[in-house]
Design a protein around this ligand. Sequence first.
Ligand SMILES: Cc1cc2nc3c(=O)[nH]c(=O)nc-3n(C[C@H](O)[C@H](O)[C@H](O)COP(=O)(O)OP(=O)(O)OC[C@H]3O[C@@H](n4cnc5c(N)ncnc54)[C@H](O)[C@@H]3O)c2cc1C
Length: 419
Amino acid sequence: MPTATPTSTQPIASRQRIVILGGGFAGLRALYRLRDLTEQAEIVLVDLRSTSLSRPALPEVALAGMSVEHARFPLASAVTRAGARFEHRAVERVDAAGRQLVFDDGDTLAYDYLLLALGAMKDYDAIPGFRNFGYSLCDDTEAPRLAEALDGFTGGPVVIGSARSVWGTRVQVPQLAAPCEGPVAEIMFMVDHELRRRGLRDRSSIRVFSPGQIFFEDVGPTVHANVRPLVEGAGIEVTTGKVLSRLIDGAVEFEDGTSWGSSLSIVLPPYTGNAVIKRSPGLGDEQGFVPTDQAMRHLDFGHVYAAGDGSALAMPKLGHIAVIQADVAVAALRQDLTGKGDIPPYRPEVFCIANRGGVEATLIYSDNLFGGAVDLTLDGPAAHFMKWTFDGYYFHTQGHLPPDLATEGLEMLLRRVHR
Ligand SMILES: Cc1cc2nc3c(=O)[nH]c(=O)nc-3n(C[C@H](O)[C@H](O)[C@H](O)COP(=O)(O)OP(=O)(O)OC[C@H]3O[C@@H](n4cnc5c(N)ncnc54)[C@H](O)[C@@H]3O)c2cc1C
């Protein structure tokens, strides 16, 4: 088997090597939180992409004329500035027993600690007919393709929804029918706004389907009650319990045998575990998600941690949860490496802002799914401004999040106002 140069593959005797696999929300959060360890450890971030992609910006790329260049930024400069080394390469598999990565060219990279932040695979090909008759927006290929389709759209039925995902069973999490329906809500409102702006709404219906028994089942009754009038006011029809079976020319078909006419079918694909995990012996659950304990340590390999959409514990699949998990994983890794520091409790919550077109947006904050009492929304231009500020900050600082004080202060304020 070919090997890379000793300097790139062997841990330096005096310094441990930490490898972060994936430079999305979770990987970059971990990288920035580990910066103070660069004296003690060599930190390497590996990604097959040269840019980090901010998926929360993609609805604006697809539906509001934003350039895709504003949804991604170069990883090399971000990683180097953080005092780490960037490896722009595709990983084939992880040899967790041998503590090394195996790249697609057979090269290897040894590590002492590994943080898996590979995200989830968006399985478009699991939907029969998607490549010919479907649109989506989960990456920087699909979002511009949808923007182009919408440009040429002259009216007719629009159908929007999520395909059903299936999860593994090694860790106990809510088994949601879809990874997160926040983007579906965002798409339906933004399509409504865009069609009104172009004078096409009278000639177009918007029908939304959900594979779950409740649309947006990751939030609680107050959020549902607050969002319902917005949906009704926009003339959008939502139907639950509809499991997508295939897309055909002019229609969307469901497992219950029904079919809806469609001139524009926008679908969030099922999520499945990353192919790297599926190819790595013992690393993933039945669906290729990484099973961890509440400290984000792998259930079977103590030196491996996971955070973000690729973690089995991440439910729903949300950037906010990816960041919460990265913080916990970094604390666990720090403790293992230095023997210092506490590991914070893992407290997942839903926090997202869905644009609704123009300057309207809805902020959603809820821990109802996890047994908490927070379940609130904030509507209007203030929420839109917050999203604009957050996305701009993330983009211009190359993946940093606003300071903890600002986000914790905002969450505290929201809880007080809505008490
Ligand atoms: C349309 C849309 C809108 C969203 N809006 C919001 C929102 O408003 N708020 C919110 O909180 N969340 C939102 N989310 C969810 C959020 O984007 C994800 O939860 C988040 O991106 C997960 O981060 P991650 O780091 O786990 O994975 P990712 O961001 O997917 O990053 C994974 C990284 O791993 C790399 N990688 C994959 N395979 C390999 C390989 N073989 N070798 C090397 N590198 C590899 C990838 O290139 C990528 O850079 C949205 C998602 C979508 C699809």
